[in-house]
Design a protein around this ligand. Structure first.
Ligand code: CTP
Ligand code: ZN
Length: 161
């Protein structure tokens, strides 16, 4: 455990620890998981602590909640460096790196208002192809619109572009 974090929050008994989140993005991770704080989970947010690998990082700990497979992909969009630790009985029993898929479906809204994925009554999920990783750039597979990393963060926070 890294020293600075240890001073701030204790270890959890059972749940998930999302570690190595780029500094400043912990709130986006919670938002993306649909967590408002009113669900009653005990949650610890650690932001801007020192990390050997990243310089600075954020950590999110959620007691009593685990992640669904699609949530790993969502997290990869905004925190590609994240490690997801599953904790049981105080021990890390599983440690996974998040993976950003080639094709990202249904998470981001296409910025093109005339895109077929945005037609009301047309139940077509958005579908983006990954053009680059760093910085993240995606392209709508229906209309060709390109979204940049900043737009993706905004889309996740606001629910639209
Ligand atoms: N953790 C926790 N509660 C536990 C066990 C672990 O909150 N009961 C947290 C640790 O504080 C750390 C993360 O889960 O932020 C991963 O724990 P661990 O694998 O023990 O730490 P490291 O070896 O430092 O992880 P890594 O190699 O991924 O940096
Ligand atoms: Zn589109």
């Amino acid at each position: 455990m890294e020293k600075n974090e240890g001073l701030l929050v204790r270890r959890i008994r059972e749940g998930v620890v999302i570690d190595h989140i780029p500094a400043g993005r912990a709130l986006y991770v919670l938002k993306l998981l649909g967590i408002t704080g009113r669900e009653g989970y005990r949650i610890a947010l650690v932001m801007n602590v020192e990390s050997r690998k990243l310089g600075k990082k954020d950590i999110v700990k959620i007691e009593g909640r685990f992640l669904k497979p699609e949530e790993y992909n969502k997290i990869a969009l905004i925190a590609p460096t994240a490690t997801v630790n599953i904790v049981k009985d105080y021990h890390v029993v599983k440690k996974d790196k998040v993976v950003l898929p080639e094709v990202i479906e249904g998470i981001i809204v296409c910025p093109n208002p005339t895109c077929i994925s945005r037609k009301p009554g047309e139940p077509i999920a958005s579908k983006f192809k990954r053009l680059s990783d760093k910085p993240l750039r995606l392209q709508c597979m229906y209309c060709g619109a390109i979204v940049e990393e900043e737009d993706i963060l905004k889309s996740i926070v606001e629910g639209s572009l």
